[in-house]
Design a protein around this ligand. Sequence first.
Ligand code: GTP
Ligand code: SPV
Ligand code: MN
Length: 624
Amino acid sequence: DMEGFMEEMGGEISVPVLKGDWDALPANVRKYIAENVRLCRPKGVFICDGSDEEAQEITEKMVNRGLLTKLEKYENCYLCRTDPADVARVEGKTFIVTKEKFETVPHVQEGVKGILGQWMSPEDAEKEIKDRFPGCMKGRVMYVIPFSMGPIGGPLSKVGVQLTDFNYVVLSMRIMTRVSSKNWDVLGENGEFVQCIHSIGAPRPLERKVINHWPCNPERIMITHFPDQRKIMSYGSGYGGNSLLGKKCFALRIASRIAKDEGWLAEHMLILGVTNPDGVEKFMAAAFPSACGKTNLAMLTPSLPGYKVRCLGDDIAWMRFDDEGRLMAINPEAGFFGVAPGTNTKTNPVAMETCMKNTIFTNVGMTEDGGVFWEGMEKEIKREQLITTWLGDEWHVGDKGKAAHPNSRFCSPAGQCPIIHDKWEDPAGVHIDAIIFGGRRPEGVPLVFEAFDWQHGVMLGAALKSEATAAAEFKGKQIMHDPMAMRPFMGYNFGDYLKHWSDLNKPGRQMPKIFHVDWFRLNDSGKFVWPGFGDNIRVLDWICRRVDGEDIAVPSAIGLLPVEGSLNVEGLNVSWEENFNLPKEYWQDDIEETKNFLQAQVGSDLPESISNEVAKQEDRINHM
Ligand code: GTP
Ligand code: SPV
Ligand code: MN
């Protein structure tokens, strides 16, 4: 059995400690490392302290190896190109392991293949792990990364310890989380931490050719989560959400499960503050599926004069009601792992400024003068410049193919974002006034509408759909369900999750208003009907005014729509009709499809509160 297999070492270590003070580590951490050294067989252990000197040392090594290229045009920026077979999250190889299957996945209808999370039995997980992890770090160094999700020592924060054999992960985790020896003090002698074990699955001698100096094992990728043990084991991939285990694996999958048990929320949401011309600020959290606009909204440069948007986070929010009944949110991350393509000085000048120093770029193109290039930057470089694509080919603007991978990313410290909010590291968080859901919906969905109440809003979140994006392995533009933008990140039964959301609505609490937006509606000629980006402030402004109770909304079948003219479109050449019309047939099909989806996928676990809301919505649509 696993216990015997992972035979305890009593905190003894059998390989050299290359850096760090072994004896200074908490006893339970020593035991955890020793067990995994015995399992993975690295040649040595490197205990990270999170210092700049440490990062410098690792960076230099990686540049010498060829894994990183220094970008001469900027300050302390590097380019990394992955093995082209390892470019995104792999949802099909991502599992939650619990004894009881229905803790993880809903009771789907008979004959239906569930898509809301993948369960694996502990027995199968043990087999898969024994098939992969023994000796997986042979000839490599095991880095030990003590990190905090949320400000170190904060009341909502949690500590993780990642073990990894990939130095790229060490550098990226330093940006994305708070890596520091101080986390050992926070843990104390036997403090609880999340065990994050990661291997690229390329022990020496190598069995698979290494491409671009990016060792990985794409055929054998397996990302397993053990919520009961607060443990993650990830194998075979070095990319993003597969390897930076503090992010999706911990801060969403494991944390959502802890949050359910403890009565709070771990969500795939950005956090921002909007200040209106009167100086009144409101905070919002917004859930859009991967590559659907969170980073862009979080860093919005308002096109309306007098407004200010400040960013607190671009991907994950941990939220909890405080004693006064206010929903308080923190960003557990410390950096941005943002989509590069589409980002430019017009669409997102704040992101462009943020990533011009101390940044690791992955799978973007490089200009001959050591700058970056990706699709969307055509106007920012000289047309004749020679570009090396993410695949290493020579390329010019206008040539066939792409310079950057569609899921190429920048990884930058959040603190250097020019519009970062002063409170972004406030351990108590900020008071959320509004929650926004949205996706890529090319058809039928109005620019913005408001839920009638909390229950209706939870149903809107449950019904969230979006076109597939490059952030995972899916191909094409199929419209996929992505309830609460959490489909790939659910840590437990989605029916229980919806119930948890419904139950949050208790007397004495100031429930945020819930909204739905769509920046991606197309007209008959295939053009976006809304300019998006900086002009999204007009939608945020309408939302703020609704939070203040302004009488500018009119009921429709699907929710409260802006009264015609109440959303400021001054100076824009947009059609109100194209942005706000509700095609009855479209919505009849949509609610039918949503109802079937929820019945099939959440089955008997679907809370009545949600099916009631669906039935009411269907009735309203039929009476349109
Ligand atoms: P993840 O990091 O994968 O979770 O993605 P995200 O939700 O942060 O998405 P991001 O803001 O990076 O946007 C993804 C893509 O959508 C980029 O190519 C953007 O340029 C594009 N995009 C973002 N906002 C808008 C918008 O308002 N309108 C349009 N047309 N495109 C947008
Ligand atoms: C997402 O896919 O939602 C991301 C990128 O934020 S990754 O970190 O790879 O999950
Ligand atoms: Mn994301």
